[in-house]
Design a protein around this ligand. Structure first.
Ligand code: NAD
Length: 487
């Protein structure tokens, strides 16, 4: 006899086969509130064990994840459909961030001293980095361990407790993270996972959290930020993009092609910092297109990358490709019929209008648009014309840095792609519709604290400015000092 269902469930399906993988609790608003209440209790003891206590637990968690890497890689592959080797890469990056945040939180968040200035020369002035308390984390499905870990690890290392709502497409990975954390810190009440659909996410934004870290689409981010604004809950928003690659005429062509192709097609193009647009100098455009066409012809959907994890995305990808076809783009790889559910064939479109969907909107599939430009100024203008500003890639021998410096985006790699995401010391995040706030690096640690300024007199001055007993002689002295300093 089967056990009667006592609570609603969500089902995780294999994107490859469409078959059910497992069922997880569809957490209600009450479940979420309970997790947040318990996390609030846990936050106090988590803060009291200090940086070294937290480092020990977080590093033990990293060691446990490492020892069970095959298990989690298989689960990521099963839920997202990506090749297992891509799952290993994702886990490796997540582990680097977890270890770095655990090790460096003390260095970047410990109390620092500031110069008090001449008028308050008798004061000790300090900045403390205070954890918010309970941080809500809402994650997407495309990198189900790497992406949320960028918030979870940094928020925990900074002294917060965390309630994490994974994507409804990858609840198993989220659940696994909760289970393994609980193994290294049983009953710590520090890290909770609430599985469920968008309504569970809504409940988390309405619960008594102190900060929210959201990663997902720009459309959802706007709703999340609006809800959090009602209670003045600060948010960090990591959203979508249409990242450009700019190729100058002196670029190393074969390296540029190899990297841009991977940046566009790996993970089936389901990468927020995946390359969607290429602007290549007209002098080398034909050679670039010929080489990328050649290299892309060896790629195979279902081998080099998996299916579309979220079935509904196939419609978006199809609409972008069909729009490009009707707008006169030339398909050098793939065709207007590249979408063959659940897979999408590699698709490269050239000479495509800048206002077509594939250029202007996030496609999130294994597609790439290529347009030729007369100058790098034109390439920069077109790259910056997007409403998004997440990442970018520049390929040039001479002017790489100068081009990169003019791009409106949060992250640029010169003569490389996507590398910034793996460098733990660098902040990760975007500009414009790609979001605000930062995860990773010292900025990512500080994102999960607020600064508290503390002053304290360490010796008495013969004059004091902060009293009604101020004398005319004090005012005269103040005037003299101000005049000396600012005249
Ligand atoms: P999504 O916006 O559909 O969902 C993200 C999460 O929000 C899910 O957990 C979902 O259940 C939850 N959610 C949905 N509606 C909600 C609401 N009203 N209130 C609260 N939570 C809600 O995004 P997705 O399809 O899961 O992810 C793909 C998107 O994520 C792409 O746009 C991609 O570019 C972006 N992304 C960005 C980054 C980054 O770091 N910038 C990283 C990975 C993915």
């Amino acid at each position: 006899m089967s056990t009667p269902v006592t609570h609603p469930e969500i089902i995780s399906y294999s994107p490859r086969t469409g078959l059910e993988i497992a069922r997880y609790r569809d957490s209600s608003a009450a479940d979420v509130e309970q997790a947040v209440a318990r996390a609030r209790v846990g936050a106090m003891s988590w803060q009291s064990i200090g940086f070294s206590g937290r480092k020990q637990i977080l590093r033990a968690w990293a060691a446990l994840i490492t020892s069970r890497i095959d298990e989690i890689a298989a689960l990521i592959s099963e839920e997202t459909g990506k090749p297992v080797s891509d799952a290993y890469l994702e886990i490796s990056l997540a582990l680097s961030h977890l270890s770095w945040a655990a090790k460096k939180a003390n260095r970047y968040l410990r109390t620092s001293h500031r110069a008090p200035g001449i008028l308050f020369a008798n004061m000790s002035a300090q900045v403390q980095h205070v954890p918010f308390g309970v941080v809500g984390v809402i994650g997407p499905w495309n990198y189900p361990i790497f992406t949320p870990m960028g918030s979870i690890a940094y928020a925990l290392a900074a002294g917060n407790s965390v309630v994490f709502k994974p994507s409804e497409f990858t609840p198993g990975v989220g659940h696994w993270l909760g289970e393994t954390f609980n193994e290294v810190a049983p009953n710590a009440n520090v890290f909770f996972v609430v599985t469920g659909g968008p309504q569970t996410g809504v409940a988390l934004t309405q619960a008594a959290i102190d900060k929210l870290a959201f990663t997902g689409s720009t459309a959802t981010a706007k709703k999340v930020a609006a809800t959090c604004a009602n209670r003045m809950i600060p948010v960090v928003l990591e959203c979508g993009g249409t990242d450009p690659a700019i190729i100058d005429k002196d670029a190393d062509l074969s390296k540029a092609v190899e990297s841009v192709l991977w940046g566009a097609m790996s993970n089936g193009g389901q990468t927020c910092i995946g390359i969607e647009r290429v602007y290549v100098h007209q002098d080398i455009a034909d050679a670039f297109v010929a080489e990328i066409t050649k290299q892309a012809s060896t790629l195979q959907a279902g081998v080099d990358y998996g299916p579309s994890t979220m079935p509904a995305q196939l419609k978006v990808i199809d609409s972008h490709i069909k729009d490009a076809a009707t707008r006169g783009a030339t398909f050098v790889v793939g065709s207007a019929d590249s979408v063959q559910a659940p897979y999408v064939e590699p698709t490269i479109m050239i000479d495509i209008p800048e206002d077509s969907l594939a250029v202007a909107e996030e496609t999130f599939g294994p597609t790439l648009t290529i347009n030729r430009v007369a100058t790098m100024t034109e390439a920069i203008q077109r790259a910056n014309a997007s409403k998004y500003g997440l990442g970018a890639s520049v390929w040039a021998k001479k002017n790489g840095k100068a081009i990169a410096a003019q791009l409106q985006c949060g992250m640029v790699s010169i003569n490389s792609v996507i590398a910034f995401a793996g460098v733990s010391t660098l902040p990760f995040g975007g500009a414009k519709d790609s979001g605000y706030g930062r995860i990773h690096g010292p900025e990512g640690l500080r994102e999960f604290t607020y600064p508290r300024s503390v002053v304290r007199p360490i010796f008495d001055l013969p004059l004091s400015f902060t009293t009604f007993k101020r004398k005319p002689s004090t005012d005269r002295l103040l005037k003299r000092v101000i005049t000396f300093l600012h005249r």
